[in-house]
Design a protein around this ligand. Structure first.
Ligand SMILES: [Cu+2]
Length: 167
C-alpha cells in the first residue's frame, strides 16, 4: 500500500513523534530530549533480526516473494489465539527467509519445525516471540515434501502448520 517496509529506520510513526516533541519548544525541552532518546532506543533495539511488528507492511501473510538477493521470503503472523496465519504455505527448493510477526497484545508464541517431521532437518527456530515482536530465520531446503511446524508452547491447543517444499 504505502510501500514502506517495516524495517526502515525512519518509518513514519517515529518521524511524526519526533516532529510532535519538537513543537513543545521552551516548555518541554527536557521532555523533548527524553522523547528523542526513546526514539533512538526504539530505533536500534534488538539488533539484526528483531524488529517491531508491522503487520500492515509488505505482502499479505503467507505470500512467498523473491527478494533482490534471490532468497524466497514469506511472513507468517500470530495473534492472541493459537493459529498461524496462514497455517500453510509452499516454497520451492532453495533458500528461504521466514519472518514470524507476533501481532498479539498478550500472547507469547514461538516457531519451530516439528522435530522428526519432514524430509530433511531444518534447525533454525524462533525460541521466543513476545507480543509485538517479529523475528526472521533463514534456512535452505532441498527435498520436496511437507514440513510440519508448530508453536511448542501451544501444541496442546493445536497451533500447527505445514510448509510444503514443491518438487
Ligand atoms: Cu503459541
Amino acid at each position: 500500500m504505502n510501500g514502506r517496509r517495516g524495517r526502515t529506520p525512519s518509518s513514519s510513526p517515529l518521524a511524526s513523534s519526533r516532529r510532535a516533541s519538537g513543537r513543545g519548544r521552551g516548555l518541554c525541552k527536557k521532555a523533548a530530549v527524553v522523547a528523542a532518546a526513546v526514539v533512538l532506543l526504539a530505533g536500534c533495539g534488538g539488533g539484526g533480526t528483531a524488529e517491531q511488528a508491522a503487520p500492515s507492511s509488505g505482502p499479505a501473510p503467507g505470500t512467498v516473494t523473491t527478494a533482490p538477493d534471490g532468497v524466497q521470503e514469506v511472513t507468517l503472523q500470530t495473534q492472541d489465539d493459537y493459529v498461524f496465519t496462514p497455517d500453510a504455505f509452499t516454497v520451492a527448493p532453495g533458500e528461504v527467509r521466514l519472518t514470524v510477526v507476533n501481532a498479539a497484545r498478550q500472547t507469547t508464541h514461538n516457531f519451530r519445525f516439528t522435530p522428526g517431521d519432514g524430509p530433511e532437518v531444518i534447525e533454525p527456530e524462533i525460541p521466543l516471540l513476545a507480543p509485538g515482536e517479529s523475528r526472521t530465520i533463514e534456512f535452505t531446503v532441498t527435498a520436496p515434501g511437507d514440513h510440519g511446524f508448530e508453536c511448542s508452547f501451544h501444541t496442546q491447543l493445536g497451533q500447527f502448520g505445514t510448509m510444503t517444499v514443491s518438487g
